[in-house]
Design a protein around this ligand. Structure first.
Ligand SMILES: CC(C)(COP(=O)(O)OP(=O)(O)OC[C@H]1O[C@@H](n2cnc3c(N)ncnc32)[C@H](O)[C@@H]1OP(=O)(O)O)[C@@H](O)C(=O)NCCC(=O)NCCS
Length: 198
């Protein structure tokens, strides 16, 4: 048995990369106050509210509270949430969040894309970029993505990102004041990212 200290997990505080994460088509960077109107459009969309526990209707005040929560969660090492944009362009297209509250080396990725930017493959690109960052900069060895069995758009995005479907975790998506939802579990391992690139 080794006497080595177990790795600190989650790594706290979490810091945003100095440069945007980019694949030349999408950029992922820090959310700012300028993003509030687009957060209202994207997080306020009924399809987003159907699958993600966000306030509905979603107001500018909700968006500002979310920005404050993002800062706090990063300080505490719980979550790093990125704004998703078309490369080199300011308007927010979506958000991709990395949650690090589970087992050592494991994290969950959540995402949404605003209705006017869907169907362009932006979410899978964002997921891949965040997964790569989680693996290379934070030492993650497993990224998990949870979607409701009826959320086919999300499942297609997971598959396009290179994630593999593992099965259904019953009552796997907790909700504050309602019954939990079943979850289709996808995982992305370092080798899956390499295979998707190839
Ligand atoms: C799921 C979601 C993030 C996908 O983002 P995206 O960037 O559009 O992803 P893709 O471009 O890869 O499209 C994925 C699927 O969305 C569906 N889709 C395509 N165009 C669409 C459009 N204009 N509007 C809605 N859905 C569309 C298709 O089923 C597509 O799969 P296909 O191309 O194999 O048919 C987005 O639909 C969304 O934000 N939904 C609401 C929030 C949500 O469900 N988040 C995930 C929670 S687990």
């Amino acid at each position: 048995m080794s006497d080595a200290e177990p790795p600190a997990w989650p790594p706290s505080p979490l810091t945003w990369p100095a440069e945007p994460l980019s694949d030349g088509v999408v950029d992922l960077d820090r959310l700012t106050d300028d993003d509030v109107p687009r957060l209202v459009v994207g997080a306020g969309d009924s399809e987003t509210a159907r699958w993600i526990p966000v306030p509905h209707p979603y107001t500018a005040r909700d968006a500002r509270e979310f920005l404050a929560l993002v800062e706090e969660a990063a300080q505490e090492g719980r979550m790093l949430a990125f704004g998703l944009r078309r490369a080199g362009q300011a308007p927010l297209c979506g958000a991709v969040a990395l949650h690090l509250e589970g087992r050592v080396g494991e994290a969950e990725i959540g995402f949404w894309v605003a209705p006017d930017a869907r169907g362009e493959g932006l979410a899978p690109r964002g997921v891949r970029l965040v997964a790569r960052h989680a693996i290379s900069a934070l030492g993650c060895h497993r990224l998990e993505l949870l979607t409701h069995p009826d959320n086919t758009a999300s499942q297609r995005a997971c598959e396009r990102a290179g994630a593999l479907r593992e099965g259904v975790r019953r009552a796997g998506i907790a909700r504050d004041d309602r019954e939990p939802l079943d979850a289709v579990v996808y995982s992305l391992l370092p080798g899956d990212l390499a295979a998707a690139r190839a």
